[in-house]
Design a protein around this ligand. Structure first.
Ligand code: HEM
Length: 262
């Protein structure tokens, strides 16, 4: 996971934000420590570790933007934004931190979950070898079948009732995206992994409506590039024993995934 799956997402977001490559590993450590914050019911030590990591990131980004503001690189859109003075320091840092958290703690799971789904379904991998034009649809199917973000939430602006569930104004409602992605009313044989599934794109792995993921197009592209390149470069790639799951409830993915390349 850290040797391959995390590299492309961290590179994309790091360079997009104009952060130096030498700091990628620091970003990965920060992301790993902060990811449990999306889950309810954290233990105190996990919460404390996330808090310390966020404080570190806050200091790091504040110093970074102060530096680039003084001397902006014309090729770096975030540096130009910092120099323009349009956003306050706090707005810059919180938006950059959101992009870091949302931008690679999710995509790393798409790549890891895709590796496992394809190795567990060799007939599907064979099909992709024969019909590489199916890769974008295969990534939709991976998003549907092993959704990297299992749920999102909304706050009810008014009282209401949906499918017999009554709720008051202000209720926080947790929505199981991964459950919707196995809805038999939408997906025929929903538990079957099929890279050519015609309705795969109807998944809600990136959410829905006003808060739908702003990075969906980038993540889809990263999924296609990373997975197709990996399986082309290492046609005999195989899992080497069981991996370790991240053990989170909102983000669904692997912490370690030992594999043999040849
Ligand atoms: C496979 C990768 C990804 C998955 C599965 C994913 C999934 C999601 C989901 C489920 C949401 C909540 C949507 C909702 O509640 O309706 C979301 C929001 C968001 N995502 Fe992603 N995401 C991914 C990659 C990315 C990337 C690469 C970026 C940034 C470049 C990004 C940035 C964001 C942001 C900023 C939001 C908040 C949008 C808002 O609240 O208005 N995500 N994502």
């Amino acid at each position: 996971m850290t040797g391959f799956a995390a590299r492309l997402p961290v590179t994309m977001i790091g360079r997009l934000l104009g952060l130096p490559e030498a700091d990628d590993d620091y970003m990965l450590e920060w992301g790993e420590a902060a990811a449990p914050l999306l889950d309810p019911g954290l233990s105190w030590p996990v919460y404390r570790r996330a808090q310390v990591a966020l404080r570190g990131l806050n200091e790091y980004l504040t110093a970074h933007f102060a530096r680039v503001r003084a001397n902006p690189d014309a090729e770096d859109p975030f540096a130009l934004l910092a120099a323009s003075g349009e956003l306050s320091d706090r707005e810059l840092v919180t938006n950059a931190a959101l992009l870091i958290g949302a931008g690679f703690e999710t995509t790393v799971n798409l790549i890891g979950n895709g590796i496992v789904a394809l190795l567990e379904h060799p007939d599907q991998l064979e099909r992709l070898r024969a019909e590489p034009e199916l890769w974008p649809n295969a990534v939709e199917e991976i998003l549907r079948y092993s959704s990297p973000v299992q749920r999102t939430a909304r706050v009810a602006r008014e009282a209401g009732e949906i499918e017999g569930f009554a709720f008051a104004e202000g209720t926080v409602i947790s929505l199981l995206l991964a459950g919707a992605n196995r809805d038999p009313a939408v997906f025929a044989d929903p538990h079957v992994f099929d890279v050519a599934r015609p309705e795969a794109k109807r998944n809600v792995a990136f959410g829905y409506g006003i808060h739908a993921c702003i990075g969906a197009a980038l993540a889809r592209m990263e999924g296609v590039v990373a997975l197709s390149a990996l399986f082309e470069r290492y046609p005999n790639l195989a899992l080497d024993g069981r991996g370790t799951h991240r053990g989170l409830s909102t983000l669904y993915g692997w912490a370690h995934l030992p594999a043999r390349l040849a």
